[in-house]
Write a protein that binds this ligand. Structure first.
Ligand code: PAF
Length: 297
């Protein structure tokens, strides 16, 4: 536990009853977080809650590599295009705090919306380059919202290491760019995607798949794995590899592919020839759920 917590609790900054419940302490105000950290730069995992084993793998890695770990739980309104999607986003702070604590987190930062975006807030962080294609084109404004909140959260938490999953590979590149360009201290650490036994990446959106849609959705990672097999077999023609992935997707016509591409892992530009660090990326709709996934080639 962070040493300054008993004092915070006495002052009422930590939720009443917190210390009797299992799990880490939860703070809601940025000033309380700063006071609790007492100048220490922690390991950090930013989340929107609905914690699953993918998040827990990030938290466990942070716990191994840092003396203290902070997990933020904040459903960021500015990265949602559709208000009904924002309203439907699952919220269960007590469960999330308990899961974060089981994975070893010391502290959960769960600010209210006006703690992050107080009245008069008028700033947005726009990252050109990695924000522009693919998810950026499909979800206008999404990466502006992500970059703005991540910049704020990094400024508030001031981590030594901040851990993000490769599952949202484009988001990881956007955050790396932001971190480098705005000269944030510490390091961004990309972590491998955690998959379920059916190959699908763990994600709060994929958890919404109905059982029959989940069965159909398995074709999405299978297409990527097929492309990775082609790369492992020495195939260097990116279009040939993409067609091999498309053939797998065609086996499940109810899955609507939005894009499937072989791209440079640093710039996300489409490739003609597969080079070291290349990735296969995909977005597809299954039932009402949009699935994104990627693999290294
Ligand atoms: O990946 C997410 O959960 C969110 O985009 C993030 C990075 C926590 C920003 O809200």
């Amino acid at each position: 536990m962070i040493a300054t917590f008993p004092r915070l609790f006495e002052e009422g900054a930590v939720d009443a009853g917190q210390r009797r419940r299992p799990g880490p302490d939860v703070v809601r105000r940025r000033g309380d977080l700063t006071a609790a950290l007492a100048g220490l730069s922690p390991g950090y995992v930013a989340t929107m809650g609905a914690l699953h084993d993918g998040h827990l793998s990030l938290i466990r890695r942070s716990v191994l590599e840092n003396p203290r770990t902070v997990v933020s739980v904040f459903v960021n309104p500015s990265q949602f295009g559709d208000p009904s999607d924002l309203a439907a986003y699952p919220r269960d702070l007590e469960r999330d705090a308990a899961r974060a604590g089981e994975a070893g987190a010391d502290l959960v930062f769960a600010p209210a919306v006006d703690e992050i975006y107080p009245p008069g807030f008028a700033t947005a962080v726009e990252i050109a380059g990695p924000s522009e294609r693919w998810e950026g084109a499909a979800r206008p404004g999404h990466f502006r919202g992500v970059a703005t909140v991540v910049a704020l959260l990094l400024n508030i938490v001031r981590p030594e290491h901040a851990y993000f999953g490769e599952k949202d590979y484009q988001q990881l590149l956007v955050i790396r760019r932001l971190h480098a360009d705005l000269a944030f201290p510490g390091a961004i650490v990309g972590c491998p995607t955690v998959r379920g036994p059916d190959g699908l990446p763990l994600s709060s959106r994929n958890a919404r798949l109905l059982p029959e849609d989940r069965e159909r959705a398995r074709v999405v990672p299978r297409a990527l794995f097929r492309m990775a097999e082609c790369a492992a077999a020495g195939e260097t023609d990116a279009e040939g590899m993409r067609v091999a992935g498309e053939e797998v997707l065609a086996g499940e016509p109810t899955v609507r592919t939005e894009y499937l591409a072989v791209v440079d892992g640093g710039t996300l530009e489409p490739l003609g020839t597969v080079v070291p660090g290349a990735r296969a990326i995909v977005a597809a709709r299954v039932g009402g759920v949009r699935i994104i996934d990627n693999v290294a080639l």
